[in-house]
Design a protein around this ligand. Structure first.
Ligand code: SF4
Length: 340
């Protein structure tokens, strides 16, 4: 993909919602996510130039506009064509091509950038419910993987037990589909339990580039435990089968991001760079808590993705091996080796 298009993807990721024309009916079911950057919003996936972005959709306002052409769609901004040839992709659950479930959007922790615990109607989705949702998909729905994440409800051990139970049920019913999980874990035995239950890909988020930012942004989470769990996960699932998100735009420098990516790659973990997506009120709260302006621009996102690609290559790591979660989806970040 040419760099100009990668930059447009970065602008789309960072920008606001997509306005849909009056009376337009989406060709596919609308996604309603309870985790990730689009948590709480109606969303759709727009594909172009071999990549795709998931955006919130609105009937009025928004930064971008979907334009229906005779031969397809374009995305406009400010009345001008922003991306000419766009298609709309079906979402299975939360993501295109995979059933990605949030077992419970409630959470005892309060990371300052996370929307999930603030959504109304927090509720639990059981493994059996996930199975029947997959079985209820329309005929022809192409599902390449399953993923499960969750907020921490009650305590960490109970939440992990419930996630393992979900995965066991899913693996029993769909033994041929790869399963990834994105839990908060603090004991090695929890990682073994996920592996025994049928998980093949693990994601444990280190969340921030620097420890001092982590301590302010994620009160109650244990960074040392996360790093220990990441290292142990590589011994269980293998190099390149474990991922970890770093949020970009919390006042860290490019050097901070490179340093933590080096550290993760050195233990066989594939770092993902997630641009901060926050509303204006959240941005103010984040800036006040951290004492630095929050957010990142498209140039920085492109620059960091290039550094990410170089660091991954230096460690013999890639992104294309993942069958589940964000590297397989690619809707919210620039994905090295794919987007640039
Ligand atoms: S990139 Fe990750 S957070 Fe974004 S829609 Fe895809 S699976 Fe969800």
């Amino acid at each position: 993909m040419e760099e100009g298009l990668a930059r447009k993807k970065a602008e789309l990721i960072l920008g606001g919602d997509v306005r849909i024309p009056d009376g337009f009916r989406m060709p596919f079911r609308i996604s309603r996510s309870t985790a990730g950057p689009g948590a709480g919003k109606r969303g759709a996936v727009f594909a172009f130039g071999g990549t795709r972005v998931k955006k919130g959709i609105v009937a009025s306002g928004g930064d971008f506009e979907l334009v229906v052409k005779e031969d397809g769609y374009s995305l406009n901004r400010g009345g001008r064509i922003f991306i000419d040839d766009v298609t709309i992709e079906p979402v299975i659950f939360h993501a295109p091509g995979q059933a990605f479930f949030n077992m419970d959007n409630r959470c005892i922790f309060r990371c300052i950038y996370c929307r999930s615990p603030n959504l109304e109607n927090g509720s639990r989705v059981s493994g059996e419910m996930m199975v029947s949702m997959i079985r209820g998909l329309p005929e022809g729905a192409e599902i390449g993987g399953i993923a499960v994440t969750s907020g921490v409800v009650g305590n960490i051990g109970e939440t992990v037990r419930d996630m393992v139970e979900c995965v066991s049920v899913l693996h029993r019913e769909f033994p041929d589909l790869p399963i990834g999980v994105e839990p908060y874990v603090n004991e090695k035995s929890q990682i073994d339990a996920f592996s025994d239950a049928g998980v093949s890909e693990m994601k444990i988020n280190v969340e921030t580039a620097r420890r001092d930012i982590f301590d302010l942004a994620c009160p109650g989470l244990d960074r040392d435990a996360l790093l220990e769990m990441l290292e142990y996960s590589v011994s269980v699932f293998g190099r390149g089968k474990v991922a970890s998100n770093i949020i970009v735009g919390l006042g860290e420098t490019d050097e901070d991001v490179e340093t933590v990516m080096e550290k993760l790659c050195a233990i066989g973990v594939v770092p993902g760079l997630r641009p901060l997506k926050a509303g204006s009120e959240e941005l103010v709260r984040i800036s006040e808590t951290l004492g630095t302006p929050a957010g990142a621009d498209a140039d920085r996102i492109v620059r960091l993705a290039k550094i990410q690609k170089r660091v991954l290559a230096e460690h013999g790591l890639g992104t294309s091996q993942f069958r589940t979660m964000c590297f397989a989806c690619g809707c919210c970040d620039l994905v090295p080796f794919k987007d640039l």
